[in-house]
Design a binder for this molecule. Structure first.
Ligand code: FES
Ligand SMILES: [Fe+2]
Length: 442
C-alpha cells in the first residue's frame, strides 16, 4: 500500500519543482546563497527556554559562521544578541551555557548588561570622541518563544513566528512541550551536508531496508504526508501496530511487548489479535493516564498511540509522541558544505511529581560520526543506522557518475522542502555583504 500525500492548504504549493542536483549539497556557491538568502532571513530554532530559568542564564546558538547569545534579562525577558563586542569585534562568550551577572569582553573589559546595553568601558575618558552607549550596545536579533522553544530571526523585518509556523502552533499545543524536561542533549559532527540529513528524515522509503526493526512496531507503509505552507512538512505514522506489508504475527513482537509493559498491559491478551493493540493502548492510556501522573486531557486518541513527525523549515525535525519529544537539528558547518552538526534533544513529559523532583539538566555530549559507527555513542538504534549511511550518501554526491536525484511519490516531503528552499533563494534579496563572505570562508 502506498503512502498518501496531502497539501494542507493550496498555498502550500510554491509552484516550483527544484532539481536536486548534486551541487546543491556540495558546492560552496550554493552554501553561500543559502547563508545570504535563507539562514539569515528565516526563523531558526535556537534552544530551549528551560536553559533560561533565572536572570543571567544564557546559552549560545551557533549557526554557520554566526554565534548568537540568548539571555534571560534582569527584567525576566528573553534577549538574543550577536555574540560580538562592539569595541573591536571580539567574540564575547565561548562557553555554550551558563549564568552571568553581566557580559564582559575578555579583551579590553567592555561590559554589557544582559539585554545588551553597554554598561562599562574601562578608561572611557581616553575615548576623546566620547562613548555613545546607544550606538555601542550589542546588536540584537529578533527572538520569540513558543512551546518552551526559543527561536531567532536575523531579519529584523521578519513576520512574527506565529505567522511562519501557521497551523502547526495549534496542532502541537496539546502536547505541551513546555512541560517536558530535557533528558539527553547530543551533537554529532557529520560528514554530510545539512540537507543530506534533512532529506534522510523526510522519507520512509528507506525504512524497510535501513531500519528493518521498524516493521515490528510502526506502520510506515501507510503514513500520510502533509505538505504545508512555508516549506513545513509533517507525517503521521500509526504506532503500536506491525507493518501490514508483512504477514501479521500471531503474538506481539518483542518491541511491542516492551512498549506496553510500562502501561501494565499483558502481551498474552493480544495472542491472535495483534491488530487490536493500538486501540487498546489508546483506551488504556485514557483510563490510567491520570493515576500514572500524566495529563492526556487535550490529546486525541490518535495522539496517544501514534508518532507524528513535524519537519519545520529549514532544519528542525520533531518526532512527537504523547510522553516524549525528539528534536533533531542539522546545522550547517561554518565553512564546509560537506559537513554539518546534527543535534538531538530528547525531552520527556515527567509524571506529575513532588516539587524538586525534576532531573538535573544533562551535559551536552559531543561526538563524531566514527564514534557512533564504532558503537561508542548512540542516539538510538534507528538514528545510528542513518548516521552510518549519511557519509556514504554525501560521498556519492561527489561522483562524476551522479547528476541529480530521481524521487518517487513517497518522497514528496523531500521535494517540498527543496521547492521551498529554492523559493527562498530565488525571491530573497541577498543580505548585505557578510564578514564570513569577505573573509573567504565559503
Ligand atoms: S574587543 Fe571587546 S573590549 Fe576590546
Ligand atoms: Fe532513517
Amino acid at each position: 500500500m502506498p503512502q498518501t500525500t496531502t497539501y494542507t492548504e493550496a498555498a502550500a504549493k510554491p509552484h516550483l519543482s527544484a532539481r536536486l542536483d548534486a551541487a546543491r549539497y556540495t558546492s560552496r556557491a550554493f552554501m553561500r546563497a543559502e547563508w545570504e538568502r535563507m539562514w539569515t532571513r528565516t526563523w531558526l530554532l535556537a534552544g530551549l527556554e528551560q536553559d533560561l530559568k533565572v536572570p543571567g542564564d544564557f546559552f549560545i546558538f551557533s549557526i554557520g559562521p554566526e554565534s548568537i547569545l540568548i539571555t534571560r534579562t534582569r527584567e525576566g525577558a528573553v534577549a538574543a544578541l550577536y555574540n560580538v563586542c562592539q569595541h573591536r569585534g571580539n567574540r564575547l562568550l565561548a562557553e555554550e551555557r551558563g549564568c552571568l551577572k553581566a557580559i564582559t569582553c575578555p579583551y579590553h573589559g567592555w561590559s554589557y548588561d544582559l539585554d545588551g546595553r553597554l554598561r562599562a568601558v574601562p578608561d572611557s575618558e581616553r575615548f576623546s570622541r566620547g562613548v555613545d552607549r546607544e550606538v555601542l550596545s550589542l546588536k540584537s536579533v529578533k527572538v520569540e518563544v513558543w512551546a518552551g522553544l526559543v527561536w531567532v530571526n536575523m531579519d529584523s523585518d521578519a513576520a512574527p513566528l506565529s505567522a511562519f509556523l501557521g497551523s502547526i502552533v495549534t496542532d502541537l499545543a496539546p502536547y505541551h512541550f513546555e512541560r517536558m524536561a530535557l533528558m539527553e542533549d547530543q551533537t554529532v559532527c557529520l560528514d554530510a551536508n545539512w540537507k543530506t540529513a534533512v532529506d534522510n528524515f523526510n522519507e520512509q522509503y528507506h525504512v524497510d531496508f535501513l531500519h528493518p526493526q521498524h516493521a515490528s512496531f510502526v506502520d510506515c507503509a501507510n503514513a500520510v504526508n502533509h505538505l504545508r505552507p512555508d516549506g513545513h512538512r509533517s507525517v503521521a505514522v500509526e504506532g503500536y501496530v506491525v507493518n501490514p506489508r508483512y504477514p501479521i504475527p500471531d503474538t506481539l513482537p518483542d518491541l511491542l511487548k516492551a512498549s506496553i509493559a510500562p502501561l501494565g498491559m499483558n502481551p498474552d491478551d493480544f495472542r491472535g489479535r495483534v491488530t487490536a493493540l493500538r486501540k487498546a493502548v489508546q483506551q488504556k492510556k485514557r483510563q490510567t493516564g491520570a493515576s500514572l501522573g500524566y495529563d492526556y486531557g487535550e490529546l486525541t486518541d490518535e495522539q496517544l498511540s501514534d508518532v507524528w513527525q513535524y519537519d519545520l523549515f529549514p532544519n528542525v525535525i520533531m518526532t512527537v509522541q504523547a510522553e516524549e519529544l525528539w528534536i533533531m537539528r542539522p546545522r550547517p558547518h561554518p565553512t564546509q558544505p560537506d559537513r554539518c552538526y546534527f543535534d538531538k534533544w530528547t525531552l520527556r513529559m515527567l509524571p506529575r511529581a513532588p516539587a524538586g523532583a525534576a532531573p538535573d539538566r544533562p551535559d551536552r555530549q559531543v561526538f563524531t560520526q566514527d564514534e557512533v559507527i564504532a558503537g561508542k555513542y548512540t542516539m538510538n538504534i534507528t538514528i545510528d543506522q542513518d548516521i552510518h549511511l549519511l557519509r556514504q550518501m554525501q560521498a556519492g554526491l561527489h561522483s562524476r557518475g551522479f547528476q541529480r536525484a530521481f524521487l518517487n511519490d513517497d518522497e514528496s516531503r523531500v521535494q517540498h522542502f527543496h521547492d521551498w528552499l529554492d523559493c527562498r533563494l530565488q525571491t530573497a534579496q541577498a543580505a548585505p555583504s557578510s564578514p564570513a563572505r569577505d573573509m573567504g570562508v565559503f
